[in-house]
Design a protein around this ligand. Structure first.
Ligand code: HAM
Length: 420
């Protein structure tokens, strides 16, 4: 019978990839926790309308990339393409805003986008996601960006660059839209891709985000949003930058950074790496005042970001896998139960290791201990069984000593010593 394979763009994660995920999750819990973030877990499946209304009908994510299907009763459901919409839905639905004025929530897990798979781009991928809700002040933006930068620093990833922009607000953006539309109308529009010819009327900002090289070249001289900010947005942006400068977080201003989702206003940012090819953004985020109201909640402001875990995993410095403390090598079938019980006693004492399931020759047991990477090998042969001892062999030095099995604490001490 033929074997069943996984779906294209989905991955099975074995060590060291699964270990890399765990490292990122632990670092995230630690760093975000120190900033007052609490974990939230939301469903993977949501009503399609949630994403259409928040991410924006005109975005690639909603138009082309969502895993959307009717359930058995014909309701349209979507596998979350990102975490923000679900977190905000939960915030509104559970009236979290009524209990606390500022909420700091983080979450991580799988997201789904039907994109063309390539290095750093999967159809199921994982995000680490933070949302800071209820604070409109620029210092909230700054704290979020500095925290992201510190988090990436904790992971030890070299050569990352932070790009920063302000997208203005509902006050100043309409005038910018007009300036941009006028600029786009003056171009040879036939040279724009089909998507951009539509976007220039429906959502002109999206044209700045187009990855098609001809479109990119055509918008080189487009007006810059940062030249059109209202006084409020300009002050806000300046205050954010003041904190980043003070915290020595280096960034470049990128007026073309519009992000792929429609909900952003004011501060937006991305962290990019030159080391993973075309899919260079390892994290991105920004402010989305107005979105919570758009989802039926109060007019509460918000800002957040998400890191792409697969992309970060490509950049994580390797670490030595943890080695087990012991391997119990059973040389005589009569010793299998004693070996199992000894291993259990050692684990109960806080050590880690395994015991053979079958008695084998000394040579093959030593090979197994070596393969497991054990620091100490415990030998249980006929002689040891007869007198109630176990031989503890230090795998690094080859030195060995015999210890009574009657006192597990003593065996544990000897294993610890041999394991160094
Ligand atoms: P995003 O820029 O769409 O933002 O995604 C954030 C990160 O997820 C990207 O920078 C990238 O590292 C990773 N990513 C996206 N698509 C893929 C993919 N197909 N394969 C692998 N990694 C991918 C958001 O999702 C926003 N919700 C971020 C946010 C939170 N803004 C405010 N709060």
């Amino acid at each position: 019978m033929s074997a069943i394979t996984k779906i294209k763009g989905f991955a099975d994660l074995f060590p060291p990839d699964s270990t890399a995920m765990l490292r990122m999750e632990s670092a995230a819990r630690e760093v975000f926790g120190r900033h007052g973030y609490q974990e939230i877990r939301t469903p993977i499946l949501e009503k399609t309308e949630l994403f259409a209304r928040s991410i924006g009908e005109e975005t690639d994510v909603v138009q082309k990339e969502m895993y959307t299907f009717p359930d058995r009763k014909g309701r349209s459901l979507t596998m979350r393409p990102e975490a923000t919409a679900g977190v905000l839905r939960a915030y509104v639905e559970n009236k979290v805003y009524a209990r606390e004025t500022v909420s700091k929530l983080f979450t991580f897990g799988p997201m789904f986008r039907y994109e063309r798979p390539q290095k750093g781009r999967m159809r199921q991928f994982h995000q680490l996601n933070c949302e800071l809700l209820g604070a409109e002040e620029p210092h909230a933006d700054a704290e979020v960006v500095v925290m992201l930068w510190d988090f990436l620093g904790t992971l030890g990833i070299p050569d990352l660059a932070l790009e920063l922009n302000s997208l203005g607000c509902r006050e100043c953006r309409p005038a910018y839209h007009e300036a941009l539309k006028a600029f786009l109308a003056g171009l040879d529009t036939d040279a724009l891709c089909e998507d951009c010819r539509r976007r220039m009327h429906t959502n002109p900002l999206r044209v700045l985000d187009c990855k098609v090289p001809t479109c990119k070249a055509l918008v080189e001289d487009a007006p810059k949003i940062t030249d059109h900010l209202c006084a409020g947005c300009a002050d806000h942006f300046a205050a954010v930058r003041e904190v980043l400068d003070g915290a020595n977080v280096a960034y470049t201003l990128n007026p073309r950074l519009v992000r792929g989702l429609d909900y952003y206003v004011r501060t937006t940012f991305e962290v990019v790496s030159g080391a993973i090819g075309a899919q260079s953004a390892v994290a991105g985020g920004g402010r989305y005042d107005g979105l919570i109201a758009q989802l039926g909640g109060p007019d509460a402001p918000g800002i957040g970001f998400a890191c792409g875990m697969e992309r970060l995993a490509l950049l994580l410095p390797p670490v030595q896998a943890a080695r087990p403390d012991f391997y119990v090598a059973v040389l005589d079938p009569a010793g299998l139960t004693a070996g199992m019980l000894l291993a259990k006693g050692l684990r109960d004492a806080g050590l880690g290791g395994e015991c053979a399931f079958a008695a084998k020759s000394m040579k093959s047991q030593m090979r197994a201990a070596d393969k497991a990477g054990a620091r100490a090998c415990l030998l249980l042969g006929g002689d040891e069984l007869a007198v109630g001892t176990v031989v503890i062999k230090n795998m690094a030095t080859g030195g060995q000593r015999s210890v009574s099995r009657a006192d597990v604490a003593e065996v544990a001490r000897a294993v610890r010593e041999a394991a160094g």
